[in-house]
Each structure stands twice: as structure tokens, then as C-alpha cells.
Write a protein that binds this ligand. Structure first.
Ligand code: GLC
Ligand code: CA
Length: 520
């Protein structure tokens, strides 16, 4: 179903759920621990589903909880159809889906199709000889004539080759990430079929969708040419953009659309040009949604943001594709930290994220205004150095912060004495309550959920836009500066980041860092 045939403001049921949903990302290791080993688990997610309901999000996305040696903390999967014992059991997962659905929360799971763990039985077999049944399940190549690597590709988080030599086969295997994460060979139909079966496994258990990890990598140029010399210092990851992938995505889309209930795919397309990202929607026959990362890498600046929004609106409207918005995730510094650690600004960022046209993705803890944990060198564990944004979520003000231990796998983020869920829920002036007011107000407005986006005139440093649907309208004003600003706009303040004057007529004035949503 396309936007064009659904009148704006039509009942929610007429639109697929993922167009009006707000998705909440959970990084299971860091969310909540129920057995005191200092590592979050599926029981912890179940225990806090009511927090998500209180907040007013519609779906949760679980980062990987599959069996894994954890070289990349679960993005190295050794069994696509099993829960790692660290996180619980398949029964725990089934219970989580049931309990989420009972609360009208959709469940989206991560899916890591580009690479498995080197401990996956498929790779163990593949590397055992050149002629075993899985010999062609990974990307193997003979050494270059001088014995060196087959091409100049660089792996992620390093200046090292994306190739590792295997003594047994006398060949190199490709890994766009760690050597422990060999790339699967999607050019082999047996791999495509096996990976499609892993989707069916979770679809049959009732999941509502998949976040598809670095999905743009699955199709590769069969000749594996060198990356261009001038870009060759970059990892191959942001450079791989191939027609082979689009063909594979059409197959995945047919599979998902063959199930009832609008099962959704959102691609992690790590290409840093919105026009390139747009192609992964296909002609309504590839991914339902895609992450668009250029805005995530944009500074907190009204003009720069206006450009990013215009870009996304232009590239995606043209092909009737639905945008997504992300400010924080498990791979990047939290936006509270990136934007300078000023809470008023984090509040304004919440208004931006939750009022743009498209599906917002929140990262657990941003509703508490969390900043990155400060991780001393001797506690860094991530091969990509992304530990800070993975600091554990504090649930209350006790020394254990609601975990079974005072000392979880990573250090706590700063200020958890006040930045914890219990303290913030008890304080109507907290940032958590702001997220809640925004999320609940959003639900009752067709303009907010699905209306058009139109930028409005505003003084420098202020971003102003309206969202319009039949019979409904919202005006959003965001002061990106730490100076007060006067803006000629009219309406009633539905939500303000300061909570002052909500329900009153807007008087044309924004405090420093203030953002407001106005209704007619
Ligand atoms: C994606 C994930 C990241 C992971 C990488 C390799 O970018 O978000 O956490 O390390 O893929 O799977
Ligand atoms: Ca645990």
C-alpha cells in the first residue's frame, strides 16, 4: 500500500503500523540484568516492557541476542536460530514476544546477513577444505600472484586488509569487519536460501520485522575490483553499492510480504549519501525503511539540519518512500554527548526527532538524557571503540541502579543518581516526561504522524516547520541556539521543552534551546 492511496488523516489501521510507529532500540547487554552477572538479558527486557508503555513507543528493536562468541558483542552470530545462554532461552524470547504483543508493542529483531561468526558451523566446514559442501558459502579467493591479498579492501575500524589467509585452504577469506566475522557468499543460491530460512524461523515465532545489519553489503561485485585509490584508506563498508544487492532485497521483500500483518524491514544502509540510500527502497519492492545516517553525523545547527531534512524530503518523496530518523544508536556517541551535554539541547533534539515526517528510532536511555559513559582504557572492550554509548541503563537510584550488581560489564553513564528511570518518572519536569508528552501527543494527531512537511520562515538559528494533514496541523519551532529568539507563529503550545506555558497561547518567544509544538 502506498501513501498516495491513503488519504492523510485516515484511520491508523489503513496505514502499515511502521509508518506511524516510534521504535525504541534495546541493546540487550546494556538494558537490564536479572541474574546479577552484570550483563543485560531477555528477562531484563521483559521486566521493563511497562517502561516502554509508559513512555508511549510502539515497537522495540532488539540488537542481537543470538548465539555468539561475542567478538563483536553479538554481531558475530554462530547460530541464527538460537538465543545465546547469556541472554536466556528461546522460551524467554517467546514469552517476550507474547508479553510485548499483549501490550500492543511490536517486536523487531536484528538480523546479521552479511557475515556470520567464524565459529558458525557453516564457516568451520567451509574452511575445512576447498571441496566440502559449504566450500562456496563464504568469499574465498586465491592469493595475488605475489602471495598478497586479493584486492585493496580495508576492513572496518582499522587500516588492515579485509582478508585473512587460511592455511588449510591456502586461500584468503573476505571479512568487511573482524577476521572473526567472515562475509557470507550471497552469490551462492544455497546461502540465500539458508538465510531466508533464518528469517522464516523468527517470522514464524511472531516477530513484526527485522533491522537488517549492513544490508547494503550482501551483494558484491563478483570480480572484487580494488576500491578507488583516493578512497582506499576508507573501509570497504561505505563503498559497497551494488545491483546484486537490490536483486537479493527483492527476494527478501517477497518473503516478508508473503506473511500476514505488515512485517517490516529496516535496512542499515551505511552509505553516506541520501540519494544512494533512497535506492534501497526500490520501487516499493525492496526494503520498507532504511536508515539515513547523514543527519546523525550533522552538527546541532538549524541551517545544517534544514538542509538534511530538505535532502531526505526531496530524495524520498520523489519515490514515495517513507523516511526514518535516528540521533543515537549503539555504534555512535549519544547525541546528548555529541551536542555538548546540555540537557536543554537534548530536550530540543527530542522535539526534532519526534516531529519530523517519518519513523523515529529512539535509542534506550536517550529518554533519560543519558550521555556516554566515560570508559577508562583498561575497560574498553569493543573492537570498534564504541563502549561509551553502551553504558548500562540505570533503573533506580540504589547503588546497583536496578541491576544485580554495582559493577556491570561497562561503567555507568554520568549522573545516574538523577538520570535513572525511577527518579525521572517521579519528576514531572524530567526529560523522560518530556519524551512521554511528545509521544502521547503524537498519537492523537494525523498531521504529526503522517502529514506533509513544510519549512516555515524563522530567524537565524531557529528551525520552523509545519506538518499538515486534512483537518489537522502542527507547527514546530526549535531554537538551536543558547540565545532567546522571537518567532512569528500562532497557536496553542501543546508541548514545550521547558513545560512552561503548555496549553497557553504562544506568545512569539522562545527561550534559549527551547522547542515547542503548537496546535491550531
Ligand atoms: C553494524 C552494527 C555494528 C556492527 C557491524 C558489524 O554496523 O550496527 O554494531 O559492529 O554492523 O556487524
Ligand atoms: Ca544477566
Amino acid at each position: 500500500m502506498t501513501d498516495a492511496v491513503v488519504p492523510a488523516g485516515a484511520p491508523a489501521a489503513a496505514r502499515p503500523w511502521w509508518k506511524s510507529a516510534v521504535v525504541y532500540q534495546i541493546y540487550p547487554r546494556s538494558f537490564a540484568d536479572t541474574n546479577g552477572d552484570g550483563i543485560g538479558d531477555l528477562g531484563g527486557v521483559r521486566a521493563h516492557l511497562d517502561h516502554l508503555v509508559w513512555l508511549g513507543v510502539d515497537a522495540l528493536w532488539l540488537s542481537p541476542f543470538y548465539r555468539s562468541p561475542m567478538a563483536d558483542f553479538g554481531y558475530d552470530v554462530s547460530d541464527y536460530c538460537a538465543v545465546d545462554p547469556l541472554f536466556g532461552t528461546l522460551d524467554d524470547f517467546d514469552a517476550l514476544v507474547r508479553e510485548a504483543h499483549d501490550r500492543d508493542l511490536k517486536v523487531v529483531v536484528d538480523w546479521v546477513p552479511n557475515h556470520s561468526s567464524d565459529q558458525h558451523p557453516w564457516f568451520v566446514e567451509s574452511r575445512s577444505s576447498r571441496d566440502n559442501p559449504k566450500a562456496e558459502w563464504y568469499v574465498w579467493r586465491d592469493p595475488a600472484p605475489d602471495g598478497g591479498v586479493p584486492n585493496n579492501w580495508i576492513r572496518s575500524w582499522s587500516d588492515q586488509p579485509a582478508w585473512t589467509f587460511d592455511e588449510t585452504r591456502g586461500q584468503y577469506y573476505l571479512h568487511c569487519f573482524l577476521p572473526e566475522q567472515p562475509d557470507l557468499n550471497w552469490a551462492n543460491p544455497a546461502v540465500e536460501a539458508a538465510m531466508q530460512d533464518t528469517l522464516r524461523f523468527w517470522l514464524d515465532r511472531g516477530v513484526d520485522g527485522f533491522r537488517m545489519d549492513v544490508i547494503h553489503l550482501i551483494g558484491k561485485d563478483p570480480t572484487l575490483p580494488d576500491d578507488p585509490e583516493d578512497l582506499a584508506a576508507l573501509s570497504h563498508v561505505p563503498l559497497n553499492d551494488r545491483p546484486e544487492t537490490h536483486e537479493l532485497l527483492r527476494g527478501l521483500r517477497r518473503l516478508l510480504d508473503g506473511y500476514d500483518g505488515d512485517r517490516m524491514s529496516v535496512g542499515e544502509v551505511y552509505l553516506l549519501d541520501t540519494a544512494d540510500v533512497a535506492t534501497y527502497y526500490g520501487d516499493h519492492d525492496e526494503l520498507h525503511l532504511n536508515f539515513n545516517f547523514p543527519p546523525l553525523f550533522t552538527a546541532w545547527d538549524a541551517t545544517k539540519w534544514a538542509k538534511q531534512i530538505a535532502r531526505a524530503e526531496h530524495e524520498l518523496n520523489e519515490i514515495d518512500a517513507w523516511p526514518t530518523w535516528v540521533l543515537s544508536n549503539h555504534d555512535n556517541r549519544r547525541h546528548a554527548t555529541r551536542y555538548g551535554g546540555v540537557e536543554a539541547r537534548s530536550r530540543a533534539a527530542a522535539v526534532l526527532l519526534l516531529t519530523l515526517r517519518g519513523t523515529p528510532f529512539l535509542y534506550a536511555g536517550e529518554e533519560l538524557g543519558l550521555e556516554d559513559a566515560v570508559v577508562p582504557a583498561d575497560r574498553v572492550v569493543d573492537p570498534g571503540g564504541r563502549d561509551g554509548c553502551r553504558g548500562p541503563i540505570p533503573w533506580d537510584a540504589t547503588p546497583e541502579r536496578g541491576w544485580g550488581t554495582v559493577d556491570p560489564w561497562l561503567p555507568w553513564p554520568p549522573d545516574t543518581g538523577t538520570r535513572n528511570a525511577a527518579s525521572q518518572l517521579a519528576d514531572p519536569g524530567s526529560i523522560a516526561h518530556l519524551y512521554r508528552r511528545l509521544l502521547h501527543a503524537r498519537r492523537s494527531s494525523a498531521a504529526w504522524q503522517s502529514g506533509s512537511y513544510e519549512r516555515l520562515d524563522a530567524p537565524e538559528g531557529v528551525l520552523a516547520f509545519q506538518r499538515v494533514a486534512a483537518g489537522d496541523r502542527r507547527v514546530v519551532l526549535i531554537n538551536f541556539t543558547d540565545r532567546p529568539a522571537d518567532v512569528a507563529a500562532t497557536g496553542t503550545i501543546e508541548v514545550s521543552t521547558t513545560r512552561e506555558h503548555e496549553g497557553e497561547t504562544f506568545a512569539g518567544h522562545l527561550e534559549p534551546d527551547e522547542a515547542v509544538v503548537l496546535r491550531p
